[in-house]
Design a protein around this ligand. Structure first.
Ligand code: ADP
Length: 475
């Protein structure tokens, strides 16, 4: 695997880290500084307005003297951590909290232009060359009798603002580092909850692809990944089961074909090389014929089973009267019954009983069940075929008083090729496929078949059938 999911996730995490770092080191400082400047300017401007309305106005109306105003503004400048100036419109510095009061020396700010702030109420520069470093300056006019007498200027060193901005940014940097470290938890979660289980699933998929269907793995989680793992496990076990079944099936088919073929070959060779004298040929040819009959039966049964499997639910359902079907099927066994002196007693409900099913398939079910009943019945016995109505269903039962089925075999009789040991001696022609076919047909109809049997007493097979719509209405 060249690019693992883990690598991609770590890469995404790194990209996220780098972007967050860039955001915090590029955008955040700019935004913070801009915001701090605006806040500071706002405070300074309202202070300047307050000074122009109070102390400065008093100065120009000669209510207060310059010294008193200077003392008051000195205090204020310390409090605001900035320097305060009163400037005449001509640019003459009337008062500066940074300088001692000197009335003799005329200090001028060259190129002083009160309109320089234009649209904004603050400016960041060296204030017309009067400072060495960059200052944040606000300017408020001092008006008296609708005339601008001068200006109050407050200046704050941009280095101070930068310093407080930096201390604020330090908090952001520390928060970023903590967040990045905390987000490592996501990486740990991803590893534990997604990556490791996915690795297990991929490894299992590789094993299955290589044909190791018996490989089992465990993912302990009840989320989608856990569900996926459980589904894969189930799928593999089903495929493994199907593979085993198929192997068993092929082994059974080969075995069942091989034994009649071996005996046919044996008899024929013995006849050809004279081991079996010509006068007994007829006897052995009959045995050979029987064996070929068995092979034909086996092939037909296999074909039927295969068709049932591939066609699935494709049944040719019709409404038909089951009574004549039972009668004709039972009649087809007349010859066999005569040989063993077995009687088939029919106890049928109603003159006519319409059911909805595939008539040919149901005939096959009846045939297989009656065939078994005769095969496993003793001479001079009676087989009962009975129909009864219960809860809108017709139940058909085939009952014999034959050898019965051992309790331990009851579950397996529906399996393909299964023959109980008890029956082997009596029924050499049996294929072990008859009941599998019966079960398959009844299941295709959405109905059920059951068996009640006691060894040495007899067996009863009962299956249900759906009544035709007309018969149900009559009920
Ligand atoms: P087959 O009859 O060809 O051997 P089936 O699938 O029809 O195959 O039956 C499977 C096995 O179930 C039989 O070999 C026999 O052991 C048992 N069985 C079926 N029907 C009866 C019955 N009526 N009485 C006793 N055993 C039965």
């Amino acid at each position: 695997m060249k690019k693992t999911l883990y690598l991609k996730f770590v890469l995404a995490y790194l990209i996220f880290g780098i972007f967050s770092f860039m955001m915090v080191t590029v955008f955040v400082p700019n935004i913070t500084k801009e915001r701090l400047v605006r806040e500071k300017a706002k405070i300074l401007y309202s202070e300047a307005m307050m000074i122009s309305d109070t102390y400065a106005a008093g100065l120009y109306s000669n209510e207060t003297d310059l010294e008193t105003v200077k003392t008051q503004l000195d205090f204020l400048s310390v409090y605001l951590d900035s320097s305060i100036r009163i400037i005449n419109p001509s640019g003459r510095l009337v008062l500066d909290t940074n300088e001692p009061l000197n009335v003799e020396e005329v200090m001028m700010i060259e190129n002083f232009d009160p309109t320089a702030t234009s649209t904004s109420y603050y400016m960041i520069n060296d204030f017309f060359g009067s400072f060495e470093s960059e200052m944040l300056s606000v300017l408020a006019p001092i008006t008296s009798s609708y005339m601008v007498k001068g200006y109050v200027a407050i200046h704050c060193d941009m280095n101070d603002i930068q310093a407080s901005c930096n201390s604020m940014l330090n908090i952001s940097y520390i928060t970023l580092v903590i967040l990045l470290l905390l987000s490592l938890i996501i990486l740990i979660f991803f590893t534990e909850m997604v990556y490791i289980p996915l690795r297990k699933i991929t490894y299992a998929a590789e094993q299955y692809a290589a044909g190791n269907m018996h490989y089992e793995f465990q993912v302990e989680s009840d989320d989608e990944i856990g569900y996926l793992a459980a589904c894969m496990n189930y799928m593999a076990s089903q495929i493994a089961g199907a593979e085993d079944d198929q192997k068993k099936f092929v082994a059974n088919v080969s075995h069942d074909f091989r034994s009649p073929l071996t005996s046919i070959r044996g008899y024929l060779e013995a006849m050809l090389d004279g081991t079996i004298p010509p006068e007994t040929h007829e006897k052995y040819l009959n045995i050979v014929l029987n064996e070929t009959e068995r092979l034909t039966k086996l092939t037909n049964s296999l074909l039927t089973l295969n068709n049932l499997n591939t066609k699935g639910m494709l049944l040719e359902r019709t409404d038909f009267n089951i009574n004549p079907v039972i009668r004709s099927t039972a009649a087809s066994f007349e010859g066999t019954c005569l040989k063993k002196n077995i009687a088939i007693e029919l106890i049928l409900t109603g003159d006519e009983m319409f059911v909805n099913a595939d008539v040919e398939k149901i005939q096959q079910v009846l045939y297989n069940l009656i065939d078994n009943a005769i095969k496993f019945s003793h001479h001079d016995s009676v087989i009962k075929v009975e129909t009864s109505l219960k809860k809108n269903k017709l139940f058909v039962s085939v009952r014999d008083t034959g050898i019965g089925i051992p309790k331990d075999d009851l579950k397996q009789i529906w399996d393909r090729f299964y023959k109980s040991d008890l029956s082997r001696g009596r029924d050499k022609k049996g294929t072990g496929l008859g009941l599998s076919i019966v079960k398959e047909i009844i299941s295709c109809h959405g109905e059920h078949i059951n068996v009640i049997s006691t060894e040495g007493v007899g067996s009863e097979f009962i299956f249900s059938l759906q009544l035709s719509a007309d018969s149900e209405e009559e009920d």
